[in-house]
Design a binder for this molecule. Structure first.
Ligand code: PHB
Length: 374
């Protein structure tokens, strides 16, 4: 996304990626886009297929105590969300970059960053065993939580804020019609469940699982049986099962690294922050980060001013922390925490009751879910 935005700003970039193209294009990630993310894709002309194939959702459902409650996002905020897989977004962006003939280097090994506190930082790596060096003005660290960028910042120059949750999500993708037209987030005594989708014929489902669980413990039959137990009766009866085409377990965590800048290295997306997936904010936060970063770089080159680069971290973190709060809150109210005492359980029940009975609470959920303004 940043590559396309920079190109539109007349700024050259080279993308350096550790994995091969096939791996990048096949990864299954989240699937809910805020309008701001769709607008960014539109602004660089990469949303044609999205507009043909995506699903617009006006609402979502929250289920607990065996009852589903609809949250009307559109009535509460005037806005909708767009269901379109991150995998598809990646494909559209890679295709657009290829069509423009812009430089992308896949399978870069042993990537390292140098001279970050000078105005000529460098990226070194090996490709098919041959060493190479890129001499640049800036490095955008968009390489995810496990990437080399954040790891290249001295520990004394960065503060970490972190929360680990005592559970993970077991996800499956299946070529079966989704159980409902809208997403269903369920809080059940056996644990959280989420019914999502990628298209009218492809479903994405998740179950809260323990951190030490393994996909091998979850043959398809067991997954479907457990999902049915957690769903409210009518949805359970309608659930269409079938062979899974992907199955994975991801731990849930909240994480923020501050500041998002070290000299001429600027961090964006998961390289700087992680949200638990409960609010579907990960990809959307990465999109707002690169929007701010593109604006700052454009100002640097066009107006010869570093002011926006100086304020990039603060500007991005203000939106990030609000999304961190929302994702933490959605995670807290929808999951079952091991060892919860009776008082805490009653508080969670009351929180959910309040959520569906108060217009103010519905609006607060909805305005965060559809995405806070940039
Ligand atoms: C997904 O479709 O993968 C998905 C949807 C909503 C979430 C998380 C993941 O909150």
């Amino acid at each position: 996304m940043l590559g396309q935005l920079l190109h539109a700003s007349g700024i050259d970039s080279i993308i350096v990626e550790r994995k091969d193209r096939a791996y990048v294009l096949a990864r299954i990630r989240a699937g809910v886009l805020e309008q701001g993310t769709v607008d960014l894709l539109d602004s660089v002309g990469v949303a044609a297929r999205l507009h043909r194939e995506s699903l617009i959702h006006d609402g979502l459902e929250i289920a607990f105590g065996g009852v589903r409650h609809r949250i009307d996002l559109k009535a509460a905020t005037g806005k909708t969300v767009t269901v379109y897989g991150q995998t598809e977004v990646t494909r559209d962006l890679v295709d657009a970059r290829d069509a423009l003939g812009l430089a992308s280097i896949f399978e870069a090994e042993d990537v390292s960053l140098h001279d970050l506190q000078t105005d000529r930082p460098k990226v070194r790596f090996k490709r098919h065993g041959v060493g190479q060096e890129i001499d640049c003005d800036f490095i955008a660290g968009c390489d995810g939580f496990h990437g080399v960028s954040r790891a290249s910042v001295p520990a004394t120059a960065i503060s970490i804020f972190e929360r680990e949750y005592p559970f993970g999500w077991l996800g499956i993708l299946a070529d079966t019609p989704p159980v409902s037209d809208e997403l269903i987030y369920t809080n059940h005594p056996r644990g959280f469940a989420l019914c999502s989708m990628r298209s009218p014929t492809r479903s994405r489902y998740y179950l809260q699982c323990t951190l030490d669980d393994h996909v091998e413990n979850w043959p398809d039959e067991r997954f479907w049986e457990e999902l049915k137990r957690r769903l409210e009766d009518e949805a359970a009866a309608r659930l269409v099962t079938g062979p899974s085409i992907e199955k994975s377990i991801a731990p849930l965590r909240s994480f923020v690294a501050e500041p998002m800048r070290f000299g001429r290295l600027f961090l964006a997306g998961d390289a700087a922050h992680i949200v638990p997936p409960t609010g579907a904010k990960g990809l959307n936060l990465a999109a707002s980060d690169v929007h701010y970063l593109n604006e700052a770089l454009r100002e640097f080159y066009a107006d010869k001013s570093a002011a926006a680069l100086e304020s990039y971290s603060q500007r991005a973190l203000s939106r990030i922390w609000r999304a961190e709060r929302f994702s933490w809150w959605m995670t807290s109210v929808l999951h079952r925490f091991p060892g919860t005492d009776a008082f805490s359980q009653r508080i969670q029940d009351a929180e959910l009751d309040y959520l569906i009975s108060s217009r103010a609470a519905v609006t607060a959920l909805a305005e965060n879910y559809v995405g806070l303004p940039y």
